[in-house]
Design a protein. Sequence first.
Length: 105
Amino acid sequence: MTEKTILLVCGGGASSGFMAQNIRKAAKKRNVELNVIARSESEVDEYLNEINVLLIGPHLKYMEEDLQEKVSPYNIPAAVIPQTIYGLLDGNKGLDLILELLGEK
């Protein structure tokens, strides 16, 4: 599997940074090649040609439809991270979600 790039968006960037870091750690333990970038939702357009998956922080659920429309022409799967995963900053479950979206689980 070639390295996949995951964009994780949230409002401010602090909590998504921790979430991204925990997903990277989980991926490393499982030998999954992932590049997880945490950015603000306003930067999504800049990454459309680079990413394989878009993850959305649970507090941005209200933007899910708009973001889905943005990534849809690029065939990029997108999903809101469940609060149960995000609240615990659970990198393993975050990785599971990514693999599911990539159809590799």
